[in-house]
Design a protein around this ligand. Structure first.
Ligand SMILES: C[S@@+](CC[C@H](N)C(=O)[O-])C[C@H]1O[C@@H](n2cnc3c(N)ncnc32)[C@H](O)[C@@H]1O
Length: 261
């Protein structure tokens, strides 16, 4: 259907499980003319769109960007100007490492109406799925979300001293390739090598896998795990609560108790 004015909805699709979509996201997907979606949006979620909706994949993979960001920006502006209702669907939350803000700036600059619909970010979804509270009285008084990957593979440039705080949970997105460096720098700046770390692969989906290890042990463990798909790291004392609260499967639990003993 052609609308008088096009509008772009920057919608978070959550971490994978379709049941974690917000009601607002679901309604928008079900009434979209065009869905422009990223790689991490699952087929089950795309299936919720009307049969007649146009689906456009602009999926990115690490080191491989089939549709460059500026082309995505141009595309959504163009479709909205044609009077279409565009759902720009992104994994997790559009404003957490999702480049939704860059698209919002582009839409603003071109005078295109848009709305931002939050999604459950991977940190929230994975933490809940593994029964790991990101804050907990006496264990973590705060939480920080970090990217483990910098533009053009530049060296990670963080305030390592500030990050190496045993009372703050660190959640690292896109950190798989750089977990050895992250682990080494945090230890070098004073975080104990035995700090528990949870790695979550394809969290909230039927393919979910996880490892509970330590800061010094995690790089090797991840290397041997052969994970495929997105990986998130939760670093901090709260990670141990996943075992206590029954969030791990039996195999992970057994390996973890041997490592953390
Ligand atoms: C480009 S970022 C997008 C984050 C997204 N906007 C969000 O709010 O979750 C992609 C990274 O999110 C994390 N991620 C997304 N979905 C995940 C999942 N189901 N399980 C584990 N990590 C996930 C991974 O670290 C992945 O490399």
């Amino acid at each position: 259907m052609k609308h008088q004015d096009g509008c772009v909805y920057l919608v978070g699709a959550g971490p994978g499980d379709p049941d974690l979509l917000t009601v607002k996201a679901l309604k928008l997907i079900q009434s979209a003319d065009v869905i422009v979606y990223d790689r991490l949006v699952s087929a089950e979620i795309l299936d919720l769109a009307p049969a007649g909706a146009t689906r456009i994949s602009v999926g990115k993979q690490p080191q491989h960007h089939p549709v460059p960001q500026d082309e995505i920006n141009e595309l959504i502006v163009k479709i909205a100007r044609n009077g279409r209702k565009v759902v720009r669907l992104k994994g997790g939350d559009p404003f957490i490492f999702g480049r939704g803000s860059e698209e919002a700036i582009e839409l603003t600059d071109h005078g295109v109406r848009f709305e931002v619909v939050p999604g459950i970010t991977a940190a929230q979804g994975c933490a809940a799925a593994l029964r790991t509270p990101l804050t907990h009285r006496g264990l973590a008084g705060g939480v920080r979300y970090l990217t483990g990957h910098c533009r053009q593979d530049r060296e990670l440039d963080f305030d390592w001293q500030g990050l190496a705080d045993p009372d703050t949970t660190l959640v690292v997105y896109m950190g798989r390739a750089n977990i050895p460096e992250i682990s080494e720098k945090l230890i070098a700046h004073g975080l104990c090598g035995n700090t528990p770390v949870l790695a979550v692969n394809n969290g909230t989906t039927p393919q979910a896998r996880q490892i509970l290890s330590t800061l010094k042990g995690m790089p090797e463990q991840v290397d041997t795990a052969g994970f495929e798909g997105p990986v998130l790291f939760i670093i901090g004392k709260v990670a141990n609560l996943s075992a206590k609260l029954g969030g791990l499967n039996a195999e992970t639990s057994e390996i973890a108790s041997a490592i953390l003993a």
